[in-house]
Ligand binder design. Sequence first.
Ligand code: SF4
Length: 418
Amino acid sequence: MGKPIQSLTVLQNWDCHGCTDCCHEYRVHVTDEERSRIERQGWEQLPEYQGVPLFVREKRFSGPYRLNSRSDGACIFLDPNGGCRIHAKFGSEAKPLACRIYPFVLVPAGNHWRVGLRYACPSVTRDQGSPVDTHLPELREYAQLLEAREAVNGDLAEPPRLQSGQTVAWEDLILFMRAIRGIIHDTTHPIERRIRHALHLIRTCRSAKFDKVRGKRLNEFLKLITPETGREVEHSPEEVPPPTWVGRMLFRPTVALYARKDTGRHRGISKYGRLALLWSAWRFAQGVGKVPRVHALIPEVRFEQIEEPCGPLTSEMQEMLRRYYEVKLESMQFCGGTNFRFDFWDGLDSLFLTYPAILWLTRALVDCLRSEALMRAIRIVDDNFGFNPLLGSRRQLWTTRILASRGEIARLVAWYSR
Ligand code: SF4
């Protein structure tokens, strides 16, 4: 019997609609057991697989094995009608676990698992399908398989630190998370103000010590301090000073990382090699002229256009963002093992830094309706959040900490909400 699963209390729907995006976009790593299981399925007897390796190493001669790709970048097992050949012939259990779980993310949280979702899947972003709860039977099976595979009872179940030198129990981390989620959930104010309020609460808590404030006392403290911090936040984005030169200089390379796509159908400039990537990094640092197409969906647009005010978000767009942040918060997908082992406060800052990144990209996607652009921007950013190793680097952590400690994330949130 595995650990129980804490499902989402946020209303979120999903069913697979077979768009095959994931089969085109991702490199699926396999364990040794999965590799030998698939090798035993006898694919080499089919003419189309003769002489074609089913697996390749991530690097030329080293790194983990992954499923091989077709010449168009799609999974080698994707059939011409958009179905998975392994699934069709041997059933879902015969596929690699990564393919079965997607777009769910199971987050170990001490004595239970929490359910997260990847908004890179269009059916998640569009909220299409049945409530997440209806998928609990499969999720229980995946959790047991993961427990057996990753031995989650050990290291992964340890709570992430609040910050350097400060650790609290999982139960207390969840109290902090609920306080932040409560702010995002309360629709009295526009979403941008709620995000600034959450950032202010994080900053306030960072400067406090919680060695003796735990459990019930912590709950009372959070109930007291949450409305207090809300009153200290500027009412409208126009009242917030614009981001400083330092804030902009650090933000643009961060956006480049969130917007980047290096594999699949929407691969951007990286297909032209390292020099092209270096050139695009330089352009992002300068922030003038044409935006390099680090993702194929970015149309021709100039940096200057993106900085122009474009009015508040519609209520439908705000709802999309509310759902996104509530799911990320409740799943605890922003810290620990599912986000480069970031400490709790660092993980939250990195999560809320995605807000100006999403709005920046929404402004850049000028070739579609604004609500469609927001949906695409969420998908692009979330594809990288917690997965692009460059976002987990020490350098990026340092960038996020500087932006947070100088109040630049809140300024960026307000700036791109004008
Ligand atoms: S991207 Fe989502 S909807 Fe499309 S095939 Fe994958 S899981 Fe299904």
